[in-house]
Design a protein around this ligand. Structure first.
Ligand SMILES: C[S@@+](CC[C@H](N)C(=O)[O-])C[C@H]1O[C@@H](n2cnc3c(N)ncnc32)[C@H](O)[C@@H]1O
Length: 341
């Protein structure tokens, strides 16, 4: 059994906890911006390929209390790095810090980096090389008040970068948040509408969910391939299992926007994401009730325009009133999930 934790956007930890519980068949422990759990090595592939609401998966190396920088050095030095770092591989330490400390995140990263070099020198007699730009192995250090957490980043860059986007909407939602919203709404492939779809993030995420497309279909780079514990056979077996579950059924998913540019962008994104055949694109005004007459939606998940950038407060109030009234009149009794930031 290994100890793992994932990082999430703030406020969605319980949703990610539910997702992790079903993927890793475990009892996760929810924390702020993180979810902790235990599981075998297969979890590394399952979570990285299948978890749609999380940012990164870390292998937990140490979790402890500390008083000063020297304590952090000692916690890091006590770890055995030989199972995660080969002598010829480079590493980098990235630190995130919350709370007031008389030292910076850079000081902490430097202390942990030195501890890793010293620990490896003691056990293998080799001085590891640091590469801050493109390390083979990335060690994450999370300091929160008097707690330090050290882990190995198995993911690399955040999983919210799905790598299918060819059109970047100016205020595109993170796909991870789109997935959180779909889980909140209990999406299971029922007819779905995003009346303010922009670049199509929510409809595309819904299509991938319904069709069970694993994330690695589009995003190929993962840091775990550089770890000594990487097992290519297990990786292939998990990939095959996930691919066997894929379906290419057609779902009723409606994507509406008033802007032809954004709608065309959404179509380009859907094409790149291999789901253009299951989404209906509609160039329509979401504030007009007539525009919903031919759409039988059971769930509405959407991300309306927000903030002062494009609308004055008065205009945005009347815009929300007209869109929400049109939706209520058309879909009374149905579920709706919306995010306005
Ligand atoms: C916050 S953005 C949605 C971004 C989208 N979730 C994404 O990830 O790309 C809101 C969208 O609402 C659209 N919109 C604004 N007023 C509209 C209206 N009356 N009817 C339909 N769409 C509208 C805008 O063109 C914009 O693309």
């Amino acid at each position: 059994m290994y100890k793992w934790f994932v990082t999430t956007s703030l406020g969605v930890e319980d949703i990610s906890g539910g997702e992790i519980a079903s993927i890793a068949n475990c009892n996760p422990v929810i924390d702020i911006g993180k979810v902790f759990f235990e599981g075998g090595l297969d979890v590394m592939y399952r979570v990285n390929y299948g978890a749609r609401t999380i940012n990164k998966l870390y292998l937990l190396l140490a979790r402890d209390r500390f008083k000063d920088l020297n304590d952090i050095y000692k916690v890091a030095k006590a770890i055995d790095y030989t199972p995660i770092l080969r002598p010829d591989k480079t590493f980098a330490v990235r630190c995130e810090r919350i709370g007031e400390h008389p030292y910076t995140s850079i000081d902490i990263a430097r202390a942990v980096g030195q501890a890793i070099i010293d620990s490896y020198m003691d056990s293998k007699g080799v001085r590891l090389r640091v590469n801050l730009d493109e390390p083979d192995v990335e060690i994450g250090v999370f300091v929160r008040f008097d707690e330090v957490l050290i882990g190995v980043n198995t993911t690399g860059y955040s999983l919210h970068r799905r790598k299918y986007r060819v059109y970047n909407h100016p205020v595109a939602l993170k796909p991870t948040l789109a997935s959180v919203m779909l889980r909140v709404g209990g999406y299971r492939g029922q007819p779905l509408l995003d009346p303010l779809c922009g670049g199509g993030t929510i409809p595309i995420e819904a299509s991938h969910l319904a069709r069970k497309y694993p994330i690695y279909m589009f995003r190929r780079e993962y840091l775990f391939t550089k770890l000594p514990l990487y097992d290519p056979d297990l990786d292939s077996r998990v990939k095959e299992e996930l691919l066997n579950a894929v379906n290419n059924d057609v779902y009723e998913i409606y994507c509406m926007d008033i802007s032809a540019t954004h709608l065309r962008g959404a179509m380009d994104n859907a094409k790149s994401a291999k789901v253009i055949d299951t989404i209906t694109f509609l160039l329509r005004d979401a504030a007009r009730r007539d525009n919903y007459r031919d759409i039988e939606a059971e769930l509405i998940v959407t991300n309306p325009p927000y903030g002062m950038r494009s609308h004055s407060l008065k205009k945005i109030e009347s815009f929300y009133r007209s869109v929400l009234t049109a939706l209520r009149d058309s879909y009374c009794g149905r579920e709706m999930v919306l995010i306005t930031a």
